[in-house]
Write a protein that binds this ligand. Structure first.
Ligand code: F0G
Length: 462
C-alpha cells in the first residue's frame, strides 16, 4: 500500500507559526544564511534533526511523574537499567546525558590520555564520535563499503563495513587499534542499515585480532527492522529478537536515547569488561554524575525505559520506515536526486546533481538548504563541504558528497506535511538554475557549520 497510517492519534498539539516567503528571505539573511542561527519559531517544518525531537507517548508523559530524583539508588535507574538489559544484555549500563558524553567517556577509557597513534575503524564515524576520537589524537577511519558512495545505487545494506579493508587494517596496524566500531544505522552515510551477516563477520575479525567491538547504536531499532525486511532468515523473527542478536556480538555500546528511545534527552554507555566499566564510572562521576543517574534526572530515565518498549513495536517501525520511503518516492518521481534506497530516519538529496551549476566549494548543499527554507520554511541540514571541507592543516577540500539531510522527527509530522514537503520541491524545481552559490564571511576554528556566517553569490536568492 502507498499509505501506512500513523499508528497513533494526536492528543496534544503545538501550533506552527506561519511565515511568508518574503519574511523568510529576511529571516535567513539576518541569520547570516546559517540555518542553525534561525529561531525555531520561524521554521514551519523542522527537519534539522531527528534527535531529541520525538513526540512522547501518553505512557511516557505518565511515567515522568514516577521519576525518583534520589542521588543514589533511584528506582528510576533500576527501571531504566532493566529496560536497556531487556534488549541489550550488557553487564554494565552507565547512564549519560546524551550520546556524545558516552563517546567522550569511551574515548578516555581506551586512550587513558595517550591516544596519539591509535586508529579506530568504523563504517562511518558520526561527527561527534569523530570529534571525540580526533580530539584525543586518534585517527578515526571510515571503512564503509564502496557502494555507499553511489547515491543512486540500490543495495539493501549500504551501511556495511568493508570487510577486506577492515581485515587489512587490522593485520597491518593491530597494535594501534584499541577497538572496532560499527554505527547502526549509518547516519553520516545516509541512515543506511548494516546487515546481521556483516555485524557477525566484523565480530569474527575482532575475535581473530582480539579487539573489542563497540556499536554506536542511536538508531538500532530502525536497523533491526531493515534486517527483518531485507535479510534472509529474519522475516519470522521479532524485532526484539533481532536487536538481542545484534548486541550479542558486541562488547559494548554507546547510545543516544534522543533517537531510538523516544526521549528528548539521554544516553548511555554499556560494557561487559569490568576494568573498562570501572574506569568509565570513575570518569562518569567527574563529568556526568553518580552512576545511578549519570547526566540524567530520574524522570528522563523513566521516559527512556518506556521509550525502549515502544520503539521495537513493529506497527510503529513499519510506519516509520514507510513514512521516510513515502517522501523519498515522491521526490524521486519528481526527478529530485534522492539517495536510494531510502534510509531509516532521513531523506538525503544529492545537491551536486540537483544544482550542477554550483561547484563544491560554493557549497551547493547549503545553497539548496537555504532555498528550501525560503520557499517552504523547511529547515534541513547540509552534509557536505561546509561540514567537512576544512582540513586539519587549514586547507579546503571538497567533501566526498554534497548532501542535504531531511531528518524526520519520530511521531511528529503527518502525511499532509509530508505531501507539503514534496510540493515545495516541485515549486523549487522550476527555479533551480537561479539558486546561487555561497561564500563564507566568517568561520570558527572547528565544527564551523554550527556558527559559520555566509553570503549568497551574485544576485542572491530570487
Ligand atoms: N551517534 C550517532 C550515529 C548520531 O547520529 C549521534 C547524534 C550521536 C552519536 C551523538 O548523540 O546527539 O545524543 O550526543 N546525531 C544527531 C543528528 C545530533 O542530528 O544526527 P547525541
Amino acid at each position: 500500500m502507498r499509505t501506512i497510517i500513523e499508528p497513533f492519534r494526536i492528543k496534544t498539539v503545538e501550533p506552527i507559526r506561519m511565515t511568508t516567503i518574503e519574511e523568510r528571505r529576511e529571516l535567513i539573511a539576518a541569520a547570516d544564511y546559517n540555518l542553525f542561527s534561525l529561531k525555531s519559531d520561524d521554521v514551519l517544518i523542522d527537519l534539522l534533526t531527528d534527535s531529541g525531537t520525538s513526540a512522547m507517548s501518553t505512557n511516557q508523559w505518565a511515567a515522568l511523574m514516577k521519576g525518583d530524583e534520589s542521588y543514589a539508588g533511584s528506582p528510576s535507574f533500576y527501571r531504566f537499567e532493566a529496560a536497556v538489559r531487556e534488549l541489550m544484555p550488557f553487564k554494565h549500563i552507565i547512564p549519560t546525558h546524551q550520546g556524545r558524553a558516552a563517546e567522550h567517556i569511551l574515548t578516555s577509557i581506551i586512550t587513558q590520555g595517550k591516544g596519539k597513534g591509535m586508529i579506530v575503524p568504523n563504517n562511518t564515524h558520526f561527527d561527534t564520535t569523530r570529534a571525540n576520537f580526533e580530539d584525543a589524537g586518534i585517527d578515526a577511519r571510515d571503512l564503509v563499503i564502496e557502494e555507499a558512495m553511489d547515491t543512486a545505487l540500490i543495495h539493501p545494506f549500504k551501511g556495511n563495513m568493508d570487510l577486506q579493508k577492515l581485515e587489512k587494517l587490522l593485520s597491518e596496524e593491530s597494535a594501534n587499534i584499541p577497538m572496532v566500531e560499527i554505527t547502526i544505522t549509518n547516519n553520516a552515510g545516509g541512515g543506511q542499515p548494516v546487515s546481521m551477516a556483516n555485524i557477525r563477520a566484523v565480530k569474527a575479525l575482532c575475535d581473530k585480532f582480539n579487539k573489542p567491538l563497540i556499536i554506536d547504536s542511536a538508531r538500532f531499532a530502525e536497523n533491526a527492522y531493515f534486517i527483518k525486511l531485507r535479510e534472509d532468515g529474519y522475516q519470522d523473527k521479532s524485532v526484539k529478537e533481532i536487536v538481542r542478536e545484534i548486541f550479542s556480538y558486541a562488547d559494548g555500546m554507546t547510545m543516544s536515547a534522543k533517537k531510538d528511545a523516544f526521549s528528548n534527552m539521554g544516553g548511555w554507555l554499556a560494557l561487559n569488561d569490568d576494568e573498562w566499566a570501572e574506569r568509565a564510572r570513575t570518569r562518569l562521576i567527574m563529568t556526568e554524575g553518580f552512576p545511578t543517574y549519570g547526566g540524567l534526572s530520574g524522570r528522563d530515565m523513566e521516559c527512556i525505559a518506556i521509550g525502549l518498549e515502544e520503539i521495537v513495536e513493529e506497527d510503529y517501525l513499519q510506519y516509520r520506515i514507510r513514512s521516510i520511503q513515502y517522501i523519498n518516492e515522491g521526490l524521486d518521481e519528481l526527478g529530485v536526486p534522492v539517495m536510494k534506497p531510502a534510509g531509516g530516519h532521513a531523506i538525503f538529496i544529492d545537491a551536486s546533481k540537483m544544482l550542477p551549476h554550483i561547484p563544491a566549494l560554493q557549497y551547493p548543499a547549503q545553497a539548496l538548504a537555504i532555498a528550501l527554507y525560503i520557499q517552504g520554511g523547511i529547515r534541513t541540514v547540509e552534509i557536505g563541504s561546509l561540514m567537512f571541507g576544512r582540513q586539519a592543516d587549514g586547507s579546503e577540500k571538497p567533501a566526498a558528497m554534497e548532501l542535504v539531510r531531511m531528518a524526520m522527527p519520530r511521531r511528529v509530522y503527518t502525511q499532509a506535511q509530508a505531501d507539503y514537503i514534496i510540493e515545495i520541491f516541485e515549486q523549487l524545481r522550476e527555479n533551480t538554475s537561479n539558486i546561487p552559490g555561497m561564500e563564507i564571511s566568517y568561520e570558527p576554528e572547528s565544527l564551523r557549520h554550527f556558527t559559520v556566517k555566509m553570503k549568497p553569490m551574485g544576485a542572491g536568492f530570487r
